[in-house]
Design a protein around this ligand. Structure first.
Ligand code: IPM
Ligand code: MN
Length: 349
C-alpha cells in the first residue's frame, strides 16, 4: 500500500471532536483503500496562541509542506482577537501552500433536510470552484487617519491574470467531467468592472478550448436568489474568494445545513499538500458537548480520498454517509461520536 503522510490540525472549538470522527472513518476504510496513513497531529489554534503567542511558526509551515495532505477541523475562538488565527493560520496556510482552488460541492443527498420546498436531490447538485488565494482576502489595503472621524479604510481585491486563468481553467475541467457540462461565472460585472472584466475575458478565452462546456454568467446577488428558488440553474460555478465564501454558506444551508458541507483547499499542481476541512467554523457555543455533526468532516475525508486517487473508497464512504442520513433519528438525537461510530461501522461492515 502507498504511504500517505497526513497532517492533522484539529484546531479550536468543535474542531477536535469532528476531526476525531473523520479519522475514525478514515481508519476504518484505510486497509481496503490501498493507502496507509502516517499521521502527525499539529497543535495549532487558540490554545497554542494563549500559551506561546505563536500562530503558525515558519518551522511548522515547513513541516506541513513536506506532508502529502492535511485534515483540518476548525480555527477561531472568541478569546483571540478576530482575524489573528483566521488570517495568521488558515489563510496563511491557503496562501503559502498555494491552495488556489477552494472546492466546495453543494449537493443535496437524499435524506438531508433542505429548508426549500419542492426540491429533489437532483435539483441541487453543484460544485462551487471558489478562488482561494486572491480577491479581497489578500490583505492589500489599509487604514488612514485611524480613529478619527476622517478615517478611511480600504480593502483591495487583487486579481491577477495568472490567478484568474488557472481557476477558470480548473472550473472548465470540472464542468467538462460532469454530465451537464455547464459552467457559470458568478461575479458582479455591473459594478466590479475591473475584476469581473478579467474573469469574463478568461471565461470567453478558455471557452474556445472547452467547446463541450456551456457557459453562463450570473450576478452574485441574483445567484443568492437562484440558490433558493432555482438551484437547478447551477452545475459548476466559478467565483472569486469572497463571493465563494458567501455563496457556499448559503449552499450549505439549502443542501441540508452547515453540518454537512465539506471543502478542499487544493493545490492541483501537487507542489504542496492540499488541505481538507468542513466549511463550518469552530462553533465555540457547542464545543466540548458532543453536539457537533461530524458529517461535514467525514465528507471532507471523502474529498481527501478522491484527491489521493482512492475513488472507490471515497464512493464507499460517501454511500455510508448517504445511508446514514436516510436513517437519521431527529436532530441532536445522536452525539458526535455516535454519528462517527455509525458511519465507521457501515464502511467496515
Ligand atoms: C471559510 C471561512 C474562512 C474564510 C474564514 C474563517 C477565514 O469562513 O473557510 O469559509 O472566509 O474563508
Ligand atoms: Mn466561510
Amino acid at each position: 500500500s502507498r504511504n500517505i503522510r497526513l497532517a492533522v490540525i484539529p484546531g479550536d472549538g468543535i474542531g477536535p471532536e469532528v476531526v476525531a470522527e473523520g479519522l475514525k472513518v478514515l481508519e476504518a476504510v484505510a486497509p481496503a483503500s490501498g493507502l496507509a496513513f502516517e499521521q502527525t497531529t499539529y497543535d495549532l489554534g487558540a490554545a497554542r496562541w494563549h500559551r506561546t503567542g505563536e500562530v503558525l511558526p515558519d518551522s511548522v509551515l515547513d513541516e506541513l509542506r513536506g506532508q502529502d495532505a492535511i485534515l483540518l477541523g476548525a480555527i477561531g475562538d472568541p478569546s483571540v482577537p478576530s482575524g489573528t488565527l483566521e488570517r495568521g493560520l488558515l489563510l496563511r496556510t491557503r496562501f503559502e501552500l498555494d491552495h488556489y482552488v477552494n472546492l466546495r460541492p453543494v449537493k443535496l443527498l437524499p435524506g438531508a433536510a433542505t429548508p426549500l420546498a419542492n426540491v429533489a436531490p437532483e435539483d441541487i447538485d453543484m460544485v462551487v470552484v471558489r478562488e482561494g488565494t486572491e480577491g479581497p482576502y489578500t490583505g492589500v489595503g489599509g487604514v488612514l487617519r485611524k480613529g478619527t472621524e476622517h478615517e478611511v479604510a480600504t480593502q483591495e481585491s487583487v486579481n491577477t491574470a495568472h490567478g484568474v486563468e488557472r481557476i477558470i481553467r480548473y472550473a472548465f475541467e470540472q464542468a467538462a467531467a460532469r454530465p451537464r457540462r455547464k459552467l457559470t461565472l458568478v461575479h458582479k460585472d455591473n459594478v466590479l468592472t475591473f475584476a469581473a472584466g478579467l474573469y469574463q475575458r478568461y471565461l470567453r478565452q478558455l471557452a474556445a478550448e472547452f467547446p463541450q462546456v456551456e457557459t453562463d454568467y450570473c450576478h452574485v446577488d441574483a445567484a443568492t436568489m437562484f440558490f433558493v428558488n432555482q438551484p437547478r440553474r447551477f452545475d459548476v460555478i466559478v467565483t472569486d474568494n469572497l463571493f465563494g465564501d458567501i455563496i457556499t454558506d448559503l449552499g450549505a444551508a439549502v443542501a441540508g445545513g452547515i453540518g454537512l458541507a465539506a471543502s478542499g483547499n487544493i493545490n492541483p499542481t501537487g507542489a504542496a499538500p492540499s488541505m481538507f476541512e468542513p466549511v463550518h467554523g469552530s462553533a465555540p457555543d457547542i464545543a466540548g458537548q458532543g453536539k457537533a455533526d461530524p458529517t461535514a468532516t467525514i465528507l471532507s475525508v471523502v474529498m481527501l480520498l478522491d484527491h489521493l486517487g482512492a475513488a472507490e473508497t471515497a464512493r464507499r464512504v460517501e454511500q455510508a454517509v448517504a445511508d446514514d442520513l436516510l436513517e437519521r433519528p431527529g436532530l441532536g438525537a445522536r452525539s458526535t461520536s455516535q454519528i462517527g461510530d455509525a458511519i465507521a461501522k457501515r464502511v467496515s461492515g
